[in-house]
Design a protein around this ligand. Structure first.
Ligand SMILES: [Mg+2]
Length: 175
């Protein structure tokens, strides 16, 4: 039997160019009450401690509008702590093992929202988007913000697989 659903959990519910392009009205329209943010290439340069322009302000705006915001990252504890502090002292879950469901459950519980009210904003289909979809959260994919030359062994094959998938589903313009 054909598995017609193969790969469907990699399809984001929403596409945006970048985190700062998402408005509070967009978040409301998604039914989100909480936001979980990826770090690498979504809020900060991969493998470094440089936060992208406007992200801290975006978080403040979302918080002022009543949204709960935290970081949900697969990166290690110390880096997650430093970047979350730079983002305005938002709470974080490090070593989340996305796409594992556990981190999403912990994030929703921490923020006091239902999983269906948790928007996961991230750039990677195989971790952020697959994990959010399988957990029942709202999957929001942003384009990777940075040219990934720091970990080419990791990123080059990963992006190739993502691009092949997005093209196959008619989302080639979202790459
Ligand atoms: Mg990322």
């Amino acid at each position: 039997m054909l598995d017609k659903s193969f790969g469907d959990d990699l399809i984001p519910a929403y596409f945006f160019d970048r985190l700062t392009a998402i408005t509070v009205d967009d978040l409301r329209a998604m039914g989100a009450k909480g936001v979980a943010l990826d770090i690498d290439n979504t809020t900060a340069v991969d493998s470094l401690y440089t936060v992208f322009d406007g992200v801290r302000e975006w978080i403040r705006t979302a918080q002022d509008a009543g949204f709960k915001v935290m970081v949900l990252t697969n990166t290690w504890e110390k880096r997650a702590a430093i970047i979350s502090a730079k983002l305005g002292g938002v709470p974080y879950i490090s070593k989340a093992h996305k796409p594992s469901k556990e981190g999403f459950l912990r994030a929703a519980e921490y923020l006091g929202v239902e999983l269906s009210e948790l928007a996961m904003v991230g750039d990677q289909l195989f971790t952020d988007i697959r994990g959010a979809n399988n957990a029942g959260a709202i999957s929001v994919r942003v384009r990777p913000m940075h040219k990934e030359y720091l970990l080419p062994v990791h990123y080059v094959p990963l992006r190739h697989r993502e691009h092949v998938f997005l093209r196959s589903k008619g989302f080639g313009d979202k790459i």
